[in-house]
Write a new protein. Structure first.
Length: 438
């Protein structure tokens, strides 16, 4: 039997002017607790992963070591969790940051769909009815503001190549904590309801739902997110979810490739350098900034180049030939950038940092090192490495890669390479190493 109420309502209701505060203003039949609950649970799992890997990424920068790595003021309290980032497994940052960026991008359609699904609630009048509700609204402000701010700063950073030199870390780090406050409060308040909505077996789609008998008892708890006056459905809730999923899948395909070499990388259309050919041969892997872009010339890196090593034993200068005459060690390590792209393991060869520390006056238990590049302007000219990084036998001042001398773009005459570290700590075109407490 056709549901007469449903047929009648949209056709014969007088077309009074409705404002967004009127629930009947919102007429999509797709909105409802169930859709919101599914999206919410996906975000609970997904954004938790993005948050944890993001906080790990910050720790990986050694931000507490020396103000060259990070200048965020007052991270004291917020940085309570910082720890010595380990040097193994050597692909650790490649994994955590690949997940952070890829999952973060893939969740964008889910976040937008979730916001769309609850938008009528934004206009409910009066906006605040109780103290508890006021708190909930404030937590929503932190949550929505926080997640949009993180998405925008994150996307700008991976697309526009550090639009905010220096301050990106600060913005994204503070933003993460604002978001966390809203996220935790919101999850605590809404999780039970989301689980209930999914357990109760509310029909998935108004289109697919069997018509209830006319005299059926109305549901005990009305769905606060469902439109009281829905338009006829053009897509089922499952169909709407599938559209969101398809959007996420498209982003996955065009983003994940940045973490892999070979044909997969050419699929990473959303990466500014995605389609760029890093060339072939031993140095044919992705370049972040070229020597030319940073105005590093032949005169800087040619015969006259010397490495300065400082420590309690004094100050020493070495030519590239002298460094090549020292004991050489190899390490197969990737470059893994904060922007989420990474390379597979490259075979680096050069002098161990621990060996240079010994020359500088630390024959055992070397401390951290302060690294300076000959690069004159721009970011990432300096970096501080921790003692555990200097001690690891795979941490090198690399002179060669994959059996050939470093190319100018990969840091000739010498660059740092450290296992499991963010790419930004692998300073190229090194000029000075100062060993000591940082
Ligand atoms: N001197 C200097 N070193 C640098 C950089 C830089 O801009 N200048 N970029 C860093 C960043 S952010 C990354 S991800 C790696 C990239 O190394 P690659 O270009 O050899 O792949 O180099 C790091 N070393
Ligand atoms: Mo990077």
């Amino acid at each position: 039997m056709p549901d007469l109420r449903r047929l009648r309502a949209p056709l014969h209701r007088p077309t009074a002017v409705r404002t967004p505060a009127d629930p009947a203003f919102w007429r999509s039949p797709v909105r409802g607790l169930r859709l919101t609950a599914v999206l919410g649970l996906v975000l609970l799992a997904g954004l938790t992963l993005v948050l944890v890997t993001g906080l790990l990424s910050y720790a990986a920068y050694n931000p507490d070591l020396n103000p060259v790595n990070d200048k965020t003021p007052d991270k004291g309290l917020l940085g309570f969790y910082l720890f010595s980032w380990p040097t193994g497994p050597h692909w650790l940052y490649r994994l955590t940051q690949g997940l952070h960026v890829t999952v973060g991008v893939v969740l964008v359609p889910v976040v937008l769909a979730k916001l769309w699904s609850v938008i009528p609630r934004l206009f409910v009048l009066p906006p605040v009815r109780s103290a508890a509700q006021a708190l909930e609204r404030i937590s929503l402000l932190l949550l929505v503001g926080g997640v949009l701010f993180q998405i925008i700063t994150g996307l700008l950073n991976i697309q526009l190549d550090y639009l905010f030199p220096g301050s990106f870390y600060t913005l994204h780090f503070y933003g993460a904590w604002v978001f966390t406050a809203g996220f935790v409060a919101h999850a605590a308040l809404k999780l039970p309801r989301a689980v209930r909505a999914l357990r109760r077996g509310v029909p998935d789609s108004p289109a697919a739902a069997p018509d209830p008998p006319v005299d059926a008892a109305p549901p005990v708890v009305p769905d606060p997110l469902a439109s009281p006056d829905p338009l006829p459905p053009t897509v089922s809730r499952r169909g709407a979810l599938a559209m969101v999923g398809a959007g996420s899948l498209l982003l996955l395909v065009t983003t994940a490739g940045r973490s892999f070499d070979g044909p997969l990388r050419s699929l990473a259309l959303l990466t500014p350098r995605g389609g760029e050919e890093p060339g072939s041969g031993p140095n044919g892997f992705q370049i972040n900034k070229t020597a030319a872009a940073l105005r590093i010339t032949e005169a800087d890196t040619g015969e006259g180049w010397r490495l300065t090593v400082r420590g309690p034993a004094g100050e020493f200068r070495f030519s590239r030939a002298q460094l090549l005459a020292m004991e050489q060690h190899g390490a197969a390590l990737p470059i893994a950038c904060v922007e989420g792209w990474s390379t597979s393991d490259q075979r680096w060869r050069g002098v161990r940092l621990s060996h240079l520390a010994a020359l500088a006056g630390y024959p055992a238990d070397p401390p951290g090192v302060f690294v300076e590049s000959l690069q004159r302007a721009g970011s990432f000219r300096k970096a501080a490495l921790r003692d555990n990084q200097v001690r690891d036998g795979r941490s090198l001042l690399a002179l060669e890669v994959n059996g050939a001398p470093l190319s100018a773009d990969h840091g000739y005459p010498a660059r740092i390479i450290v296992p499991a570290a963010p790419g930004v700590l692998n300073t190229k075109w090194v000029r000075t190493l100062t060993f000591g407490e940082l």
